[in-house]
Design a protein around this ligand. Structure first.
Ligand SMILES: *[C@@H]1O[C@H](CO)[C@@H](O)[C@H](O)[C@H]1NC(C)=O
Ligand SMILES: *[C@@H]1O[C@H](CO)[C@@H](O)[C@H](O)[C@H]1NC(C)=O
Ligand SMILES: *[C@@H]1O[C@H](CO)[C@@H](O)[C@H](O)[C@H]1NC(C)=O
Ligand SMILES: *[C@@H]1O[C@H](CO)[C@@H](O)[C@H](O)[C@H]1NC(C)=O
Length: 464
């Protein structure tokens, strides 16, 4: 779909019954106005696409399993390609924005939320390959490897919609472990990226490591009658919150934009609260974000004495910073009564979970209790860290800091020694290594593990 002064982009067929705005891109000749409108268009289209995915993935609990192409009608594939095309449009607008070189909070928010063209291209090529050769990538009729459920092996959970980032995490972990054949990586993505993920991880060998690829829709128990976040997503209240885009004020409203980013509610983000049910045979699992790099053998984590605690994590507080009071509303009586405001916060990104202790302490129920109370966002505003801090308040075991070094996505002053000694480094923050705004001094830590020799990666000029 070309962007021109007269083209209209109607998204009403993709937004699942919500009133779809019709957006008219402006004529390119009027400099500032164009940039302004380009920004608005980019945000509006991007938000709509993302939200429509969240809704599609959460409300349609697909009947079965791994093979979306086989189970769903041709129409769905066509829809998916259509969505990709619409996304192309968004990228075209983004390119205009990049040219405009508009600095400041607003443009960096856009940059932080969008996927660069080359990354999008890789996902698209992988999906094409998946559609062209379904027989090569299907798991249908094949025995589920017993290793996937073997509690004696080292298990990892990676939840991501970014094929390259997820593969980089697995590549780095496999490369730096002594006995890869004892490690099992459970990658869960959304319906739209399932095909691309399947192809990505079937393209090469991982020195004997096991990789399971699933879509979040494969977990049937994650429906809106069980999962508060899904219920809340469906509630009319929230729909209004996400869909009321006051276009005229959008450029000024950067704080609210952050709250409106549907990423903060995506079920993929909240999957971390369902680990014991997703992996019922396992006793322990290591949760990894998709913006981390593994630099050392991590099996030592399985030897850490957890003292009966559920969540092994590194603490992040220093001075008066990163205390509980910064993450939740201590004016609320329920919060005030239950928590100490200067309790030290910890980080998500690399968390070692004792699933037996989790089941014993009923942490999922605890999370549900608080997430239900937060329907109106009066306890905390956004994200998974506040409910995590609440859920694992008395059940977190602090880990030695070198296990997990944070801040490579926002803090340029982390020392190279600290990074070198870290078992895991984390690009938390907006400046992801796969984005143009990523910090050049840290980027090589990540690009080192990109499969540049892979045909799809080459074809898309990734990293150039
Ligand atoms: C939702 O999940 C629960 C278990 O978590 C299950 O008992 C129930 O049947 C599911 N409902 C639907 C409509 O699938
Ligand atoms: C935009 O902001 C102005 C002033 O802050 C306000 O008067 C107006 O109602 C806002 N428009 C919308 C649609 O929210
Ligand atoms: C949220 O607000 C709505 C309407 O204002 C109210 O009906 C509902 O009970 C509130 N929910 C909670 C959990 O406080
Ligand atoms: C914090 O909680 C109090 C008491 O429920 C409420 O009045 C206030 O609006 C909340 N603050 C925020 C920012 O939601």
């Amino acid at each position: 779909m070309a962007i021109s002064g007269s083209s209209r982009i109607s998204l009403s067929d993709r937004n699942n019954g919500f009133p779809g705005p019709t957006i008219r891109p402006p004529v390119a000749s009027t400099g500032f106005t164009f940039k302004l409108f380009a920004s608005i268009l980019a945000i509006a289209v991007f938000l709509l696409l993302t939200v429509s995915f969240v809704f599609t993935s959460s409300s349609t609990v697909v009947s079965s399993g791994l093979d979306i192409i086989r189970l769903e009608s041709k129409q769905t594939i066509t829809d998916q390609l259509k969505i990709q095309k619409l996304k192309d449009t968004v990228f075209a607008v983004n390119e205009q924005l990049t040219k405009a070189k508009k600095q400041g909070a607003f443009s960096s928010l856009i940059a932080a939320k969008s996927i660069p063209k080359s990354l999008h291209c890789v996902a698209m090529r992988l999906m094409e390959e998946r559609i062209a050769h379904p027989e090569k990538y299907t798991d249908e009729g094949k025995q589920r490897p017993a290793e996937f459920d073997d509690p004696k092996l080292y298990h990892y959970a990676i939840f991501s919609d970014n094929v390259v980032a997820a593969s980089v995490v697995v590549n780095s972990a496999v490369k730096n472990t002594k006995e890869p054949w004892k490690h099992v990586f459970h990658v869960v993505t959304d319906k739209m990226n399932l095909g691309a993920m399947q192809v990505m991880f079937k393209m090469k060998e991982y020195n004997g490591a096991f990789i399971e690829i699933k879509a979040v829709e494969d977990y049937k128990f994650l429906n809106s009658s069980y999962v508060p976040v899904l219920k809340q997503l469906e509630s009319a209240n929230l729909q209004r919150f996400y869909f009321t885009t006051h276009l005229e004020n959008a450029t000024k409203d950067t704080t609210n934009m952050k709250f409106r980013n549907p990423k903060y509610l995506s079920i993929l983000n909240h999957l971390r609260f369902y680990l014991p049910e997703m992996y019922p045979t396992l006793h322990r699992i290591l949760f990894l974000d998709d913006d981390i790099i593994v630099q050392k053998d991590l099996t030592g984590l399985w030897k850490v004495d957890m003292d009966g605690k559920v969540n092994g994590a590194v603490e992040t507080c220093f001075g008066s910073f990163h205390r509980y009071s910064q993450y939740m509303n201590f004016s609320h009586p329920l919060i005030k009564e239950k928590f100490i405001p200067n309790a030290c916060a910890w980080a998500y990104g690399m968390n070692f979970f004792d699933l037996d202790a989790w089941r014993r302490e009923k942490c999922t129920e605890e999370y549900h209790y608080w997430q239900n109370l937060n329907e109106n966002r009066t306890l905390w505003k956004l994200g998974t860290l506040p409910p995590g801090l609440i859920t694992f308040y008395s059940t977190t075991k602090p880990l030695e800091k070198s296990w997990h070094v944070l801040g490579l996505g926002y803090n340029p002053s982390i020392s190279m020694e600290e990074i070198r000694d870290a078992a895991v480094v984390h690009f938390n923050g907006n400046m992801k290594p796969w984005l143009d705004i990523g910090m050049n001094q840290f980027r090589p830590l990540w690009t080192k593990y990109v499969d540049y020799d892979m045909e799809f990666v080459q074809a898309c000029n990734f990293g150039h």
